[in-house]
Design a protein around this ligand. Structure first.
Ligand code: SF4
Length: 283
């Protein structure tokens, strides 16, 4: 065993023990990381010179930053680009039409291309369509709206929620999606999941690749342990997850986990139009 390799292992063990005993603060970790990396044989070329920073073991987020990518690092973007093709095929097998957008701007263009001018549009909350600028574009465009957010009384709100079933386009995201195209949504009031299931002529979904989970169990776990607790923060409700960040399977009156909708197939071809975006959208 070479001296350099022994040194590398020694540093690794030392670092591991520090983690276990003191849990090194993140910033300090880079000191040990750089020592390990510079001692690794693969970090040097044949003449023993250090390889350029971008060549090996580099900080991917730093590279992403250099390239102007704010949310995901380069490697994750490439992984998502490839995975999206599988998800889109999965949607197609379920009679749902899906499109890939590399950026939020591309997603916005696609959404506006899909929604005809003059269409009656509604939505069920959610951040993703706001994050790509779709809400703003629709509100300033030539469309008819069923907007429950504009309701001033509980009666007006209920009337808007019922009117949304007759919309041409209902816009939503999804709390999670499986790699083979199953949509998972959780709802408290349940106007959103019910409109996804039935009513509006089209459901347009804007989904960030951060919502993709391996299988149905993973998608439900994501919806319950990430999306729901984050929504609990957003709505300021009195649930265990609001206080701890983790799902406690509560039955509190404020729970937003009343209904679970698993969309595995669409009977109506073209009703679902899904834009998968290679970015981090919503939660
Ligand atoms: S079941 Fe209750 S604790 Fe769990 S995510 Fe839903 S609201 Fe939060």
């Amino acid at each position: 065993m070479s001296r350099r390799y022994k040194l590398c292992i020694r540093h690794s063990l030392y670092r591991h023990s520090l983690y276990r005993i003191w849990r090194i603060p993140k910033g300090h970790d880079s000191i040990w990381q750089s020592q390990i990396e510079s001692s690794h044989p693969a970090m040097r070329d044949a003449s023993g010179q250090n390889l350029p920073e971008d060549t090996f073991f580099q900080d991917a987020s730093l590279i992403a930053k250099k390239k102007g990518e704010k949310h995901m690092n380069t490697f994750l973007k490439e992984r998502n680009r490839l995975l999206a093709q599988k998800v889109i095929k999965g949607f197609a097998s379920r009679n749902m039409e899906a499109f890939y957008a590399e950026t939020k701007e591309e997603a916005l263009d696609k959404a506006l291309e899909l929604i005809p001018k003059g269409a009656k549009v509604s939505w069920g909350g959610g951040f993703s369509f706001e994050e790509i600028g779709l809400k703003e574009a629709l509100l300033s465009g030539d469309y008819k709206f069923v907007n429950r957010e504009a309701a001033k009384t509980p009666e007006e709100k209920r009337a808007a929620e019922l009117a949304a079933y007759d919309a041409d386009y209902f816009i939503a995201s999804s709390n999670a999606v499986t790699e083979d195209g199953i949509l998972v949504n959780i709802d408290g009031n349940s106007n959103r999941v019910s409109a996804i299931a039935y009513g509006p002529r089209h459901v347009l979904m804007v989904i960030g690749m951060n919502k993709v989970a391996g299988d149905l169990d993973a998608a439900i776990a994501r919806a319950r342990n990430i999306a729901a607790p984050a929504n609990a923060q957003r709505f300021g409700i009195d649930t265990p997850c609001k206080k701890t960040g983790a799902c406690a399977n509560c039955k509190s009156i404020d729970t937003i986990c009343c209904e679970f909708l698993v969309t595995r197939f669409s009977r109506h071809a073209g009703r679902f139009k899904i834009i998968l975006v290679n970015d981090f959208l919503g939660f």
